[in-house]
Design a protein around this ligand. Structure first.
Ligand code: BV8
Length: 239
């Protein structure tokens, strides 16, 4: 057990968003210079957009996957990995991010609720498989050999996020909920703080600025995640 503001902490849920990877050089979605500044999300991150212009969607996700080789984890990723290693209680890390920086920062068991750039999905056999390179409308599924049905293994708007049952169960029994670098705009992730609070958890938001859901947290710590996450982990491991 550990304590935070006098509250006993034994089961922690951490939700991360694009802000935790911003200092690694990956654009967020809604900040200035963000991904959605150059693309309307409804034109690129929906099943309808994929049906309408698959080439645009393939290029967008192939480019983001290839960019991963140019970036590295930052102290926020490393601090979370340390918490998972050293915290005597339970730590559940759920991310909206599709990059692989949590794993490369040393985290194990990362729950990618919106999918991963390092994974592809075949719409013919529904198999998910490690991404070995760019895909396009001719790509053939390595499992069922069907051509032209491969897609990025990403949860798009209007699609059901992955691992929702496990996430709901873990939120219902946590006593500390931490959200890091997320704007609180996209559901169901933006609603997790409510579920955790209803379970009696203490809720802390780490963000550079006020988010859409800041008011739902017991406290907000403003600043760069590399600084605020490292400090919070120090505090939780201090005891
Ligand atoms: C679904 C993959 C049914 C793609 C993404 C209720 C109300 C209203 C609407 C809805 C609702 N329920 C559902 C909806 C519809 C929709 C939705 O929420 N629309 C919004 C726009 C209103 N939701 C869906 O369609 C979801 N599916 O609901 O299915 C269902 C649900 C539950 C159970 C059964 C069925 C699917 C949503 C998933 C879409 N896919 N990503 C891709 O990556 O390309 S969403 C995408 O945006 C991200 O994955 C992320 O989830 C989301 C938000 O982005 P953030 O990570 O928060 O990034 P953002 O840029 O917004 O913010 C960055 C933050 O970091 C900022 O606050 C900034 O200040 C901060 N920051 C920046 N730098 C730093 C920092 N903080 C600290 N340090 C720094 N250095």
């Amino acid at each position: 057990m550990s304590t935070l503001n006098g509250k006993q902490v034994g089961r922690i849920v951490i939700l991360t968003g694009a802000g935790v990877s911003a200092e690694s050089g990956l654009a967020t979605f809604r900040d200035s210079g963000g991904l959605w500044e150059n693309h309307d999300p409804m034109d690129i991150a929906t099943p309808e957009a994929f049906a309408r212009d698959p080439g645009l969607v393939y290029r967008f996700y192939n480019a983001r996957r290839n960019q991963l080789a140019e970036v590295s984890p930052n102290p926020a990723h490393e601090a979370l990995a340390r918490l998972q290693r050293e915290f005597p209680g339970e730590v559940f890390l759920v991310t909206q991010n599709v990059d692989d920086l949590h794993e490369r920062g040393g985290s194990v068991q990362v729950c990618h609720m919106h999918g991963e750039l390092r994974s592809h999905l075949c719409n013919a056999c529904e198999e998910r498989m490690p991404a070995t390179g760019d895909i396009d409308g001719e790509s053939r599924c390595p499992r069922c050999a069907t051509a032209g049905r491969m897609r990025p293994d990403i949860v798009w708007f209007g699609e059901i996020p992955y691992h929702m049952d496990r996430i709901a169960m873990t939120l219902a029994r946590c006593d500390l909920f931490i959200a890091v670098g997320t704007s609180g705009v996209v559901y169901p992730a933006a609603g997790f703080v409510r579920e955790a609070r209803m379970a009696g958890a203490y809720a802390v938001e780490l963000n550079r600025e006020i988010s859409e859901v800041t008011g739902l947290f017991d406290e907000q710590r403003q600043g760069d995640a590399s600084v605020t996450m490292t400090a919070l982990v120090e505090e939780l491991l201090a005891d």
